[in-house]
Write a new protein. Structure first.
Length: 288
C-alpha cells in the first residue's frame, strides 16, 4: 500500500516574524513555538510519497488567507487552501469573491473558523453564522469544522439545515483519546455522519492521545468508529503537521494512519489517502 498516492488534506505553516500565533502558549506547546515554512515541510512530505496538500488557516486574521493563497499554485505542493474570513460580516459574499480574485485565489477550496474556541456551544446555529455559511456554499467552497465533542450536535444541526454545503470535520471531532473515553464524542460523531453532506479527516489523533506514550492501538478504537460512521468514501488523511510534531514526526503519523486503515481494501485506502480529498476539495492535481 505504500505505493498508493497520498494527498495530505490538513497541515499548517506560520511565520512568527510576520505575526504571533497566540494559541501557542505554555510548556506543552513550546516545541512548536517557532516558524514553520513549506521549505520545512516539503522534504518530509515528499519523502513520504505525498503528491499534494491542503494548507489550513491557524488564526482569525484576514491577512493570513491571502498569504496562504500565494503559496499555492501549479507545480506547488500546496494544491488547496482552507482560509478564514468573518462568517458574520454583512459583505462576506464580496469578500469571498475578492479572495478568489487574488494571486492563487483559484486554490481557495474552503473556509474555517475556530469554533472550538467559542463559548457558545450553538455558535454554528446563530442566524448571522448560518447566513455566512450559505455564502460559503454559494461560492462553491466547503466548510471545515474544528469543534470539540460537545459542539458536534450543533454541527450536525447546521449540516442538516444547509444540505447544499459540504462540512469537513477536522481531527475526527477531537475524541478524548488520552482519557480513553468515547462519549459524548462517539454519539455526536455518528449523528453527524448520518448526513450525506459531511466528511471527516483522519487527522489529529496523536495529539489527542498521550504525546509521550501513545501507540497505534490507543488510536484504533477512535479510528474504527470514524471508519464505520463515515466509510472510506467520506474519509481523508491529514497529517496536522507541524502540530503533530508534539507527539510524532510526519512519517510516523502517516504510518499510523496506514496501520489504522490496514483492514481496508486497496480501493478503499486509495479513497482515504487521496481520492476523497481530491473530490471534496476539487483539487486540480493529476488523477489519482
Amino acid at each position: 500500500m505504500a505505493a498508493l498516492p497520498v494527498i495530505d488534506a490538513h497541515h499548517h505553516v506560520w511565520d512568527l516574524a510576520v505575526r504571533d500565533q497566540e494559541w501557542i502558549t505554555g510548556e506543552e506547546l513550546a516545541p512548536i513555538r517557532r516558524t514553520f515554512t513549506l521549505a520545512d515541510l516539503e522534504p518530509e512530505a515528499r519523502a513520504a510519497g505525498v503528491t499534494a496538500t491542503v494548507l489550513v488557516q491557524t488564526v482569525t486574521v484576514a491577512e493570513e488567507t491571502p498569504e496562504l493563497l500565494a503559496l499555492a499554485g501549479d507545480g506547488a505542493l500546496v494544491a488547496g487552501v482552507v482560509g478564514w474570513t468573518d462568517l458574520t460580516a454583512p459583505d462576506i459574499t464580496d469578500t469571498l469573491a475578492a479572495l478568489r480574485a487574488l494571486p492563487g485565489g483559484g486554490r481557495l477550496v474552503g473556509i474555517r473558523h475556530q469554533v472550538q474556541g467559542e463559548d457558545d456551544p450553538g455558535w454554528l446555529l446563530r442566524p448571522d453564522v448560518l447566513r455566512g455559511l450559505r455564502a460559503v456554499a454559494a461560492a462553491g467552497l466547503v466548510y471545515d469544522l474544528i469543534v470539540r465533542p460537545h459542539q458536534l450536535p450543533a454541527a450536525a444541526r447546521a449540516a442538516a439545515l444547509l444540505p447544499e454545503l459540504t462540512f469537513v470535520l477536522d481531527h475526527a471531532g477531537k475524541p478524548p483519546v488520552a482519557r480513553r473515553g468515547t462519549r459524548p464524542w462517539a454519539d455526536g460523531l455518528r449523528a453527524l455522519a448520518t448526513l450525506p453532506n459531511t466528511v471527516c479527516k483522519l487527522s489529529g489523533l496523536v495529539t489527542e492521545a498521550d504525546p509521550a506514550s501513545w501507540t497505534v492501538e490507543d488510536l484504533r478504537p477512535y479510528a474504527d468508529t470514524v471508519i464505520e460512521a463515515f466509510g472510506p468514501g467520506r474519509l481523508m488523511f491529514g497529517s496536522d503537521w507541524p502540530v503533530c510534531r508534539l507527539a510524532a514526526g510526519y512519517t510516523e503519523v502517516l504510518g499510523a494512519a496506514r496501520e489504522l486503515t490496514g483492514r481496508l481494501g486497496e480501493d478503499e485506502q486509495r479513497s482515504v489517502f487521496a481520492e476523497t480529498a481530491q473530490r471534496v476539495y476539487g483539487l486540480r492535481v493529476p488523477a489519482v
